[in-house]
Design a protein around this ligand. Structure first.
Ligand code: FAD
Length: 406
């Protein structure tokens, strides 16, 4: 399969999904001379979302983009994590300084919407963004992909990149039944609430028993980001309508003490609830013909892995690099997968036990967890506790591609 335009003619690429993976990829592709359109189903650029972090090789990519300082300057300012009891007394505290980049709070902690916007702004006028539209069909015709959009228009591309996140409908359309999701038995609700007196620059985590925990995290907007976590078997909750999602969370946390009442009050009026039943995307292949998957749509590791955003940024760098290096599309897509798959698999290596240990079911389980946390400042145990939060972002060497001017 030839990559049309490899001799210098236009190489037209369509990306679907204007979030972290899609926008970072659009930036890299335009820097490498591709003609890029991004289609996003949301009516306008989609702000919102909570703390995501960039680690290891992801930071290296930001540096290459000349955006590391911009991202650091837009960070949430979170300084570490404090586990608390019902009276808000400290059970254990992990400061950013002590745990370093591998700790629960990464050095580059930023809100998802802010990060996606930094990439979006950096694309400037080099990328054509089409909001309020989506792919309807993709038909392979010889060396091109013929795309029909929901708006009724048609266009032809040399490559379609699907960056639509974990629930990607275009992936399901073009790779039917190929995703074999790995469910992590955790449901999470993320939303913004007014800042309270006890909300400082640490993330506070309260473990409530019956598989529940509440996380309160600082942001850079004068508000607080709340996360409600429920450890339970996945049984279709991802199909709940937005109003049902709120009822689900309200019912499960109504008997919780600590600051639950205030958090549930905030939930009532929150307009940015992001509800996710955690599952990893497991695909045996990431490309087919003139279509390739990237970001969460290809390999979602889930927020528990703490590496999804890093993988999205590194994936963008590698995909653009391989496409620019090779004159054969299928060769470039094959290399993209060869380079990234080991890193992705390492990132997805989240033990299913981790959410159970972080959200114990019984009173005894909560007591045991607190006992372990209290002695967690001994180096060996600290490593184990840290491993419960994140997969390692180390151990990946970025390939070198031709320089671009940032
Ligand atoms: C609104 C939102 C809030 C989030 N909040 C958090 C959070 O609080 N914590 C966390 O750890 N992770 C969060 N995530 C997920 C996080 O952004 C990703 O895990 C990671 O950054 C990888 O990003 P991605 O670009 O691959 O996918 P995503 O960030 O999920 O982006 C996918 C994009 O594709 C668009 N899209 C989806 N389907 C279509 C379609 N059919 N046609 C066109 N466009 C489509 C979506 O609107 C979105 O803009 C959030 C994602 C979103 C979209």
């Amino acid at each position: 399969m030839k990559c049309a335009g490899a001799d210098g003619a236009a190489r037209r690429i369509l990306i679907t999904g204007a979030s972290v993976a899609g926008n970072a990829l659009a930036w890299w592709l335009t820097k490498r001379g591709f003609d890029v359109t991004v289609v996003e189903r949301h009516p306008q650029f989609r702000d919102g979302g909570q703390n995501v972090d960039v680690r290891g090789a992801g930071r290296e990519v930001l540096k290459k983009m000349g955006l590391e300082r911009t991202v650091a300057g837009s960070g949430t300012g979170e300084k570490g994590v404090r586990f608390v009891d019902a009276d808000d007394k400290t059970v254990a505290q992990f400061d950013l300084d002590g745990a370093g980049a591998e700790g629960p709070t990464a050095e580059l902690e930023i809100l998802r919407g802010d990060l996606a916007r930094i990439f979006y702004d950096a694309c400037g006028e080099n990328v054509q963004f089409r909001f309020d539209d989506a792919i309807d069909t993709v038909v392979e015709r010889g060396d091109i992909a013929d795309v029909k959009f929901k708006s009724g228009t048609h266009s032809q591309y040399d490559l379609v990149v699907v960056a639509e996140g974990v629930g990607s409908t275009t992936r399901e359309l073009l790779f039917p039944d190929e995703n074999k999701p790995r469910w992590l038995d955790v449901t999470m609700g993320y939303f913004t609430i007014p800042k309270g007196e006890g909300d400082g620059d640490l993330c506070r985590i309260y473990t409530a028993g019956k598989g529940r925990s509440i996380w309160l995290r600082p942001d850079s907007k004068g508000t607080t980001r709340a996360i409600l976590v429920v450890q339970k078997e996945a049984d279709g909750d991802e199909r709940l309508a937005p109003s049902e999602q709120k009822s689900f969370l309200r019912e499960r946390f109504s008997d919780v003490d600590w600051e639950a009442e205030r958090v549930l009050e905030g939930l009532e009026t929150a307009e940015d609830l992001y509800f996710d039943v955690l599952r990893q995307v497991k695909m045996d292949r990431w490309s087919k013909g003139h279509v390739v998957l990237t970001g969460d749509a290809a390999w979602c590791a889930t927020p528990i892995a703490g590496i999804g955003t890093t993988l999205a940024i590194v994936g963008a760098y590698v995909l653009a690099g391989e496409l620019s290096r090779s004159t054969e599309l299928c060769e470039a897509l094959q290399r993209y997968e060869e380079v990234l798959r080991p890193y992705v698999e390492k990132g997805q290596n989240v033990p299913k036990l981790a959410p159970k240990m972080l959200q114990p079911q019984t009173i005894l389980g909560v007591a045991l967890q607190r006992a372990v946390l209290r002695i967690a400042d001994t180096p060996g145990i600290k490593q184990v506790v840290t491993k419960l939060f994140v997969s390692s972002a180390d151990g990946f060497e970025l390939p070198s591609y031709a320089q671009v001017t940032s």
